[in-house]
Structure formats: structure tokens, C-alpha cells
Write a protein that binds this ligand. Structure first.
Ligand SMILES: *Cc1c(COP(=O)(O)O)cnc(C)c1O
Length: 381
């Protein structure tokens, strides 16, 4: 990776400063070629051979993500899900996984319904309880602990150092879905994680117009090589046009995340005192059970995601989401526009999500407008 006198923030604003050599363009061209000319002596000296395993534009995006996570290597994928599943499929049949009960619902669904056909077994635990994690470990069989922090949709906080210690003791790898923390607030590799994963669809791209996933690591080993082969074999790589959009999005990551954190904190404080709100779930509030750990491992903010529980119950929550005008009623998160979602509706019957919960993704709009719009939408006492 690039070593530089400049901070990561400065480097990322300039997409690592790469300039197109022939034209001197400050934005490098998008490399759309699927194939490359072989050298006359039968070599491929540029490292470029074919579009499915690798691509120049993809490598630019990967360089930025590796810089953001201070990692030795990064891979980008066509979605967050495909990046996560590529990790699980790098395990061997018979391997055991420890995963959190509170986690991104589609990935939990894959682990519950599909992982078994690859011979993988998963135990779901309360990842905020280190004793429960330790108790779930099966000596010699547990090969991966998967965590997510802050975790959807309750924003539970995992003590990364604590879980890394347990993984290390048992010879298991530790992978962290850090989508909602973003590399600006937490760098899980610094707390002992082996692999960090991002749904780059969310904050990294930030404009709700690209599906992408990313993995980063400092352990460039056989397991990492297997992930790379999974990506190549299944064609999980991100397309060059999408990679370009992701690169462009990441240039403004710092500004967007700062604005989202500020807005989320302000909304959490105000709705915590709102008569129609039963509870605000946000790790930035002292009332949140993960606040102390979050304070230790999140730097510069507690993220842009929060949830509110509507005092009058599920029907009132759905009605409030129907009445907002500025907030957009949609799933997903991490974009510049604020989103609101009745989360239980999408997660299905096995969700740990309370029925009265509205998940809020704070965007970068004026916080007064965001508060006023949702305040008006909540049912009167
Ligand atoms: C969206 C999301 C994913 C999945 O990413 P996709 O790009 O939608 O496949 C995984 N984890 C978290 C925390 C997410 O928010």
C-alpha cells in the first residue's frame, strides 16, 4: 500500500492521488477491458490477464479500502453479501462458526438456511456477552467467529478485543462486518480482527447507487487466497463502472460520515426525550448497553444509524413511517439521504427486532428538518 506523509483523510480525498500518465487527468480512466495483450515473450508483465479475477479499476478501489482500514490487502465484490459468503465458503466442510444473534438479517438467513449444505454449522450467540462467546466455542472445530458492530438493527456493540482474544485462544479466525462503523470510526484489524468486511453499498459508496462489498486483511495467507479463488471462480468481482462510482463516493466519505454521525447523535438525544418514543437505541447515548465499549473502540462518532421504539406500538410505527415527507421510506442505509424503515416487516418471523422499532439511517440533510418531519409523523399522545 501507499506510504505517505499525508493523512489517510487527505489521501482518500484524492483517491490516493493516482493520475492518468498519458493524459495527466486527475481522474483515472475506467478500465473496461476484459482481456489484455500478452507480451511477445509470452509473459503478462502488467499483471493484467483477464477481467474475471482482477482489473485495474478494481485495484484502485481496493487500494483505497486497504488504506482506509490500514490493511495489507483488500478485495472488492459485487455486493456485501457476496463478500461475506466468499469468506464462509473459504471454510471447510465440518467447520463450525460462531455468529451473533443480532446481525444483518440476510446473512443470518444464509447461515441458518444455506450454510449447512456446505457442511458448515453455526451457533448464534449474544456477541455482547464474552462468556457466551467462549461457551459457544468448540475446541478444534470452531474456525470462524463472525461479528457485526454496531449490529443491525439494535446497534449492539461487540467488544472486538475481547472476541479477538477468544478467537486467538481457540485458533479460530475473527471476521467483522464493519459496515455501520465505517473505517473512519473503527478499524477492526487494529483490535485483533483477521478480516474486516463492508457492504460498500452503504457508507463507502454513500449515494445509494452501487451494490458492492469489500474485505480487507493483514493476513495474506492460504485462507485469503481461497477467498480470492472463490471470487474468481464465481465471478463475484465488482464491475469496473461500479468500481469507478465507488471510488468517487469514497472521496467524500469523511464529510458524509461526520455529517451522518452529527445528525444521528442530535436525533438520538432529542427523540430520547420525546413523549411518543419508548426508547432510542443508539450507541452514542449513555443509556445504550454498549456505550462504554463503543466509546473505547469508535473514534470521532457513534455512526449514523439509530432505531426508535414507538410507544404506541407496531401499527403506530408503520403509520409514522407512512407519514414522513423528508425521510425516505426504504430499506438500506449509509446514503446521503435519510431513510426510515419498519424493520420487523423486512426481517421476517425469526428476527430479534421489536415490532415497534423504526430503523433510521441519518443522512446529511439539515437536522432540524429531519427532526421536525419525524416529530410531526409520530402519532399524537
Ligand atoms: C447491506 C448490508 C449487508 C449486505 O450488503 P449488500 O451490498 O446489500 O449485499 C451486509 N451487512 C450489513 C451490515 C449491511 O447493512
Amino acid at each position: 500500500m501507499t506510504h505517505s506523509d499525508w493523512t489517510i483523510r487527505s489521501q482518500i480525498a484524492q483517491a490516493l492521488g493516482k493520475v492518468d500518465a498519458p493524459s495527466r487527468a486527475v481522474v483515472p480512466p475506467i478500465h473496461v477491458a476484459t482481456t489484455y495483450i500478452r507480451d511477445p515473450d509470452n509473459q503478462y508483465r502488467t499483471g493484467n490477464v483477464y477481467g474475471r479475477p482482477d482489473n485495474e479499476t478494481i485495484r484502485e478501489a481496493e487500494g483505497m479500502i486497504a488504506a482506509l482500514e490500514q490493511a495489507r490487502a483488500a478485495f472488492v465484490f459485487g455486493s456485501g453479501m457476496s463478500s461475506a459468503v466468499a469468506v464462509f465458503l473459504a471454510l471447510q466442510p465440518g467447520d463450525h462458526i460462531v455468529a451473533p444473534r443480532v446481525m444483518y438479517w440476510a446473512l443470518r438467513g444464509w447461515l441458518m438456511k444455506d450454510a449447512a449444505s456446505w457442511g458448515l454449522e453455526t451457533t448464534f450467540v449474544d456477541m455482547t456477552d464474552l462468556d457466551a462467546v467462549e461457551a459457544a466455542m468448540r475446541p478444534g472445530r470452531t474456525k470462524l467467529i463472525w461479528a457485526e458492530t454496531p449490529a443491525n438493527p439494535l446497534w449492539s456493540i461487540t467488544d472486538l478485543e475481547g472476541v479477538a482474544r477468544i478467537a486467538g485462544k481457540h485458533g479460530a479466525r475473527f471476521a467483522v462486518d464493519s459496515t455501520c462503523a465505517t473505517p473512519l470510526l473503527t478499524r477492526p484489524l487494529e483490535f485483533g480482527a483477521d478480516i474486516v468486511m463492508h457492504a460498500a453499498t452503504k457508507y463507502l459508496n454513500g449515494h445509494s447507487d452501487v451494490l458492492a462489498g469489500a474485505l480487507a486483511t493483514n493476513a495474506v495467507d492460504d485462507f485469503w487466497a481461497r477467498i480470492q479463488r472463490n471470487r474468481a471462480a464465481m465471478g463475484l468481482i465488482l464491475g469496473p463502472f461500479e468500481a469507478f462510482l465507488l471510488i468517487r463516493g469514497m472521496r467524500t466519505l469523511a464529510l458524509r460520515v461526520e455529517a451522518a454521525c452529527r445528525n444521528a447523535m442530535e436525533l438520538a438525544r432529542r427523540f430520547a426525550n420525546h413523549p411518543q418514543v419508548l426508547e432510542v437505541l443508539y450507541p452514542g447515548l449513555e443509556s445504550h448497553p454498549g456505550h462504554a465499549v463503543a466509546k473505547r473502540q469508535m473514534k470521532g462518532g457513534f455512526g449514523g444509524m439509530l432505531s426508535i421504539r414507538v410507544r404506541a406500538g407496531e401499527g403506530a410505527a408503520i403509520a409514522a413511517a407512512a407519514r414522513v415527507k423528508l425521510w425516505k421510506r426504504a430499506t438500506s442505509l449509509g446514503g446521503v439521504e435519510s431513510l426510515i424503515e419498519h424493520r420487523a416487516s423486512i426481517e421476517g418471523p425469526d428476527t430479534p427486532c421489536p415490532r415497534d422499532l423504526l430503523r433510521l439511517s441519518a443522512g446529511i440533510e439539515d437536522v432540524e428538518d429531519l427532526y421536525t418531519d419525524l416529530d410531526r409523523a409520530l402519532p399524537p399522545a
